[in-house]
Each structure stands twice: as structure tokens, then as C-alpha cells.
Write a protein that binds this ligand. Structure first.
Ligand code: AMP
Length: 220
């Protein structure tokens, strides 16, 4: 199954995607995580992406498509994939349709996570991420068992520089302008688009998420 996760920064897409991917053995493909790995490794892609990311702007579509193509080429053709933070523009959505088409696949489901804007700002300010395995925590809603330490791999957690208030506000605007229109893009293409209220506990959202994918019989 190929699933696209849409929703503004801070809505919890990463947390939900990692949980589900761990449970069902699907690939969690987060372009944000891939870009942050490129920054850490000091690759040419990382150097090109840095200014855009620091400003809360989108990295150019061409760079993103190359990254996604490369990642997909390493996966088994029938692998389940959860796309998190990609596509973010109509050009990327069209690019993805083309890449999937080459391997006889298509987008099977689109899940849109929704929460009020004041929740998003609080979530982003409390967010901590693991620089090693990509796990996501929140000091308010989903804290690690040991302060600032990743439950999964024991690494020290970090607060992302683009989770600072000014950059957060810019990222929310960019989402509304460039990414939110993808909901209509997929609806118009006749894809099943499911909406999940994400202003609930991590467990409740996970249950609703699985229900939206037909992996649970009912939502709570
Ligand atoms: P995320 O972790 O998904 O919130 O992404 C963090 C930052 O990486 C974004 O604010 C963008 O600067 C960049 N980014 C991640 N994914 C994409 C994408 N699909 N297209 C353009 N920029 C992206």
C-alpha cells in the first residue's frame, strides 16, 4: 500500500507514521529526515538544502525528487510505503505519480491529519527528535521515559532549530499556501482521501489512522 500523509508541521505525522511502520513493517519515508541526515553528513545536497530549511521554506522540487527517486530505487517493488512530508507541492505530487507509474504502482490512500493552529505551535515548541533513529517525542504530550533520551536507541534528543517560533509561523504559512492544495489535487484525481482529527492522544490518533487505512474495523 502506498500512503501519503498530509497535514501541517507539528500535527504528529512523524509520530504516527513511525508507530504504524514499526507495527506493520512498512517503509517510513520522511523527506525531512532524509534532508536532516544529509545536513548532518555534510553532503552537497545537505549544503544546498540548509538555507531553505533554516528559513522554513521548501527545498526546491528537483532536489527533493532526486532524493525520493534514489530512496525508492532501494525498496522492494511491493513494499508498503508511508510518505511523510512528501509531496509538499503540486509538482512533487505529479513527480511522484510519474515515479510510481514506472513501477506499476499508484497512490492507494491519502490521510490528512488536522489540528487547531494553537495546538501545532505548542507541539512544535515541545517537540524533541532523535538525531539517530528519527523517533519523535513531545515534552507535553508524549515524553520519553528518561528525560531527553530516546526510548528506542538511547541517543540524546534534540530540539530542531526550525522549531523556533518565527520559523514555525513561516512553515505553517508555507503549508497553507503550497501543500494544503494537495488535498484537492488528490480528491480531484479520485483518490480516497481520509481526514483524521489529530488533537487527541497519540493512541487515539493511531487507532483512527489505522481505521482510515482499513487496518482496524472501527474508529474509537
Ligand atoms: P519536516 O521534517 O517534514 O517538517 O521538514 C523540515 C524541512 O525540510 C521543511 O521545512 C523544508 O524546508 C524541508 N522539506 C522536507 N520535506 C520537503 C519536501 N517534500 N519539499 C520541500 N522541502 C521539504
Amino acid at each position: 500500500m502506498v500512503v501519503i500523509l498530509l497535514g501541517p508541521p507539528g500535527v504528529g505525522k512523524g509520530t504516527q507514521a513511525i508507530r504504524l511502520a514499526d507495527r506493520v513493517g512498512w517503509e517510513h519515508l520522511s523527506t525531512g529526515d532524509l534532508l536532516r541526515a544529509a545536513l548532518r553528513d555534510g553532503t552537497p545536497l545537505g549544503d544546498e538544502a540548509r538555507t531553505f530549511m533554516d528559513a522554513g521554506e521548501l527545498v526546491p522540487d528537483g532536489l527533493i525528487m532526486n532524493l525520493v527517486r534514489e530512496r525508492l530505487s532501494g525498496l522492494a517493488p511491493e513494499a508498503g510505503i508511508l510518505f511523510d512530508g512528501f509531496p509538499r507541492t503540486t509538482a512533487q505530487a505529479e513527480g511522484l505519480d510519474g515515479v510510481l507509474h514506472e513501477t506499476g504502482r499508484r497512490v492507494d490512500r491519502v490521510v490528512v491529519f488536522e489540528a487547531p493552529e494553537e495546538d501545532l505551535v505548542k507541539r512544535l515548541s515541545g517537540r524533541r527528535t532523535c538525531p539517530v533513529c528519527g523517533a519523535v517525542y513531545n515534552v507535553y504530550f508524549n515524553p520519553p521515559a528518561r528525560d531527553e533520551i530516546c526510548d528506542r536507541c538511547g541517543a540524546k534528543l534534540v530540539h530542531r532549530s526550525d522549531d523556533e517560533p518565527d520559523t514555525v509561523r513561516r512553515r505553517l504559512r508555507v503549508y497553507e499556501e503550497q501543500t494544503a492544495p494537495l488535498v484537492s489535487y488528490y480528491e480531484d484525481a479520485g483518490e480516497p482521501v481520509m481526514h483524521v482529527a489529530a488533537d487527541r492522544s497519540v493512541d487515539e490518533v493511531q487507532h483512527a489512522f489505522r481505521a482510515a487505512l482499513g487496518l482496524e474495523s472501527t474508529a474509537p
